[in-house]
Design a protein around this ligand. Sequence first.
Ligand code: F6P
Length: 372
Amino acid sequence: MAKYVGILTAGGDSPGLNAAIRGVGKAAHRAGYNVIGFRDGFRGFMENRTMRLDEQALSGILTTGGTILGTSRDKPHKMPIGGQTLDMTEAMVEVYHNHNLDVLICLGGGGTQKNAYRLHKQGLNIITLPKTIDNDVAMTDTTFGFDTALGIATEAIDRLHSTAHSHHRIIVVEIMGHNAGWLALGAGISGGADVILIPEIPYNIEIVAEAIRRRSRHGSRFSIVAVSEGALSLEEAAAFHKAQSSRENAKTDKAKAKAKKRLEKLEQQFNDSTFRISRQLEELTSLESRVTILGYVQRGGTPSSADRLLASRLGTACINFIEQDIYGVMVAARGDSAEAVPLEDVVGKRKTVPLDHPWIDCARRVGTSFGD
Ligand code: F6P
């Protein structure tokens, strides 16, 4: 029987989203299914804003960045509406049934997995795909968007080398990744950064400075410091973990709110740490230092071939699972295959870089400092 398949993209955009939409859509058409796109993530779904995803709409999008469906970070259970934050889960369940959907496919990162799982628990058939440049979704080898961002950040480090070298400067380059160091670590290794600072390894600025001074003594009077946006000094990490555990252990709502506020305040303080690292290194090494924030450049533009391939593979694999009525799962990348992983095994976990990960060993063996 022809099935009705809904699809939305949520969270930050990521290269490969359109390739995934195309993979889902084309495979669905070939299976004889009807496909309905929903605009701007869970908000557009709640507001029943749809987009036709016929063959024409799916044509020519494989190579394009962003998402033709649009996206938002709105959550079903905490939707800002008219100055209030409301739980709109029920409204979404209604939209699902009004369209006679057999399944809703949600493309997104860690937050989207959680939100999609919430809808699944309301009785909706849900399948998710793992996308994010941060590569921090649990239970999948990798996420689409990561490879493209890695390429962009690596090229940036390549370009920064020649200017750092010419001016005998330190260049501190901030790389995205939220609270995971995959992107900074991968690009740092591929681009040959001299120092890599990631959230998983709290740094001591003195040790970073000494690594740079050592390079100067050996004739290399420039250094590239790749800093993950979530990187923390030893002191910051201690304060952060303390605030985190008091939030986890808070018994009353008042205590919980206080601990949450403390965490947010700390996060704000850490926001400009890349500039602080640069100033500290200038003082400690007597070398001039400059900052480059790569920012949204890392998420924009055409996806790499690896991301197009991954997103197409996972998107089309979705239809295999729908044919078997397998729902409540994320379609994970496992080697060359795609595997259906129950959403309850994915949500609430963040895949950070394990301290014994081979990439860390590789970086250390070529002499990269982690400031530890
Ligand atoms: O999750 C992807 C990501 O690009 C992170 O690397 C970054 O911290 C965040 O999104 C930025 O979010 P926003 O698009 O909401 O500014």
